[in-house]
Each structure stands twice: as C-alpha cells, then as structure tokens.
Design a protein around this ligand. Structure first.
Ligand code: ZN
Length: 283
C-alpha cells in the first residue's frame, strides 16, 4: 500500500472499549449530536486501507478518578500486530498509579507499541509539570517512546453540570513547556489546537524541537487564522494531521482541511512527512 497520510490521533470505538467508559460515550454522543455506534477494528482497518492511510490508535484512562478500568493495552497491541501496515498504537497509563504506571510504561514498550497516550490531564486531574510525575516521563524518555497529552478544551463532560468533573486548567499547554524543557530527549505531542490557548502551543512548538502539535478534534473550517498562518510557515515541520475519530469524522476533517489555503508542499508535510519522520518510518 502506498501511504498517502498518517492520522496520528484515532481512538478505539469497538464494543469492548465503548463498554469500558461508563456514561461518557452517551455524553459525548449528546455533545456531538451523533450516536456513537461500535465499529469493529477490522472494519476500521478496512476504512483506513481504502483511504491509503495509516492510523495511530489510542485509548484513555482515568481509573484513579472514576474507577473505570480501561481495556488493557494488549487490546491495541493485538490490532497493531494484526494490521502492521495500517496501525501504529499507543498505550495508556494513569499517572496517579505511580509504580504501576511506571511498570506499565516498560510493558507498553515490550508490547511493541509506539508511544504513550492519550494522557488526559483534564480527566486525570494532574499538571504534567508536577515533578512528582517526572519519574514516569523519564522512563518514557528512557524507553525512547513519544508521549501525547490532550491540550485545551475537552469534549469529555462538555455540556453537563460540572463537566462530569473534568477540569480544564490542567490542559494549558504552557505546563508542557516545562516538561519539554526538563526532558529534552522526550518527544511530546500536544494534541488538538489547544483552544483557548492555541498561541501557547504554537510558541512552544516553535521554541522546543521536541514539542509537536496535532490538529485533531477540531473542525478545520474553524481553525483560527493564527493557527493556519503558523502551520503554513514557521511550524510547518511540527504539525501533524489527526482526526480524533470518533469525535471528528475523518472525511469531514479531510474535506475541510482541503479547503484551507496551504501550499501543497506544506500540506504534504502535515498529512504525511512530519509523522513519518516523527515515528521513524521508512517506506
Ligand atoms: Zn484529546
């Protein structure tokens, strides 16, 4: 398969994963005005193959906050093994689990997964630059894995009283700047355009060579002029295509992104080349 793009931010939406998330799939369906139906992984693989795209699969966990046990990281690893030409996969940890999380990072590497994430500080209630968590980030760095943090506004809990306990203060990208500075060999992806702190993630991406952004979870037709300007120019090597499916439809993202005025060579970097380099893929 000739790969035309890499979607660096894709969630599982199979039966097993949906059933592990308590009330949140229902809330997300209400928020996005779209029912969240389970999609078997084989079907997803076929969809990405038809698009000639690879996808980076990820899950989330907030077990120490909600008590919900996530599907084990083996679940994603199994799909990555089954479809090595289509899927890369990340493994998930809850940073409050301390030693358990530390061991899980090593296990994620052993499972053949390609990174850690999605960490979701809003749901997991932690500041990434809290040095109590640095042993974890150091281990991730030691294992040579990248790490992806949710940044900015969260769809999780949106539109409910109290946002289902989700706290946005933890998702400000500037907290990741400390981590990028203190662990210069750790490759960080700040997920999403980080609204309402988009300028922060653009500045950090410009400033720290180990800090990247993905453009997932946000309809491209609502990208700010500032975001479009910077990904077209000074951070064109640091921004990567991601959909955040099932929150955002992949086709919708692609159609709207096609309408944005970006030079073809920059578009190629965002859709494919930057991620290819980031994950060290050769094809
Ligand atoms: Zn996210």
């Amino acid at each position: 398969m000739e790969v035309s793009a890499i979607d660096v931010h894709v969630h599982l939406c199979d039966e097993l994963t949906l059933s592990s998330k308590g009330d949140r799939p229902k809330q997300m369906a209400r928020y996005f005005g779209r029912e969240r139906k389970p999609v078997p992984m084989d079907e997803m693989a076929a969809q990405y193959q038809a698009r000639k795209m690879m996808a980076v699969l990820m899950n989330t966990t907030d077990i120490t906050v909600t008590g919900l046990t996530p599907v084990p990281n083996e679940h994603i690893a199994g799909y990555v093994r089954a479809y090595p030409d289509i899927f890369l996969g990340f493994g998930v940890i809850d940073p409050w689990q301390g030693k358990v999380a530390l061991e899980e990072i090593k296990r994620i590497k052993d499972l053949g997964l390609h990174g850690i994430g999605e960490l979701n500080p809003a749901r997991q209630h932690f500041f990434p630059n809290d040095t109590r968590f640095y042993p974890l980030w150091e281990e991730v760095q030691k294992q040579g894995l990248p790490i992806l943090f949710h940044s900015g506004m969260a769809a999780a809990g949106a539109g409910t009283p109290g946002g289902m306990g989700t706290k946005l203060k933890y998702t400000q990208p500037i907290h990741l700047d400390d981590v990028a500075a203190d662990l210069p060999e750790l490759k960080i992806i700040s997920a999403h355009p980080s609204w309402p702190w988009g300028s922060e993630s653009l500045a950090i991406a410009r400033h720290k060579s180990n800090f990247y952004i993905d453009l997932s979870g946000w309809a491209p037709k609502y990208f700010s002029p500032e975001l479009v300007q910077y990904v077209s120019t000074i951070i064109q090597d640091k921004a990567m295509f991601g959909s955040d499916w099932p929150s955002m439809g992949v086709e919708r993202w692609l159609e709207e992104f096609a309408q944005i005025n970006i030079k073809p060579e920059v578009r190629q970097k965002i859709m494919l080349d930057n991620a290819k380099k980031f994950f060290g893929l050769s094809f």
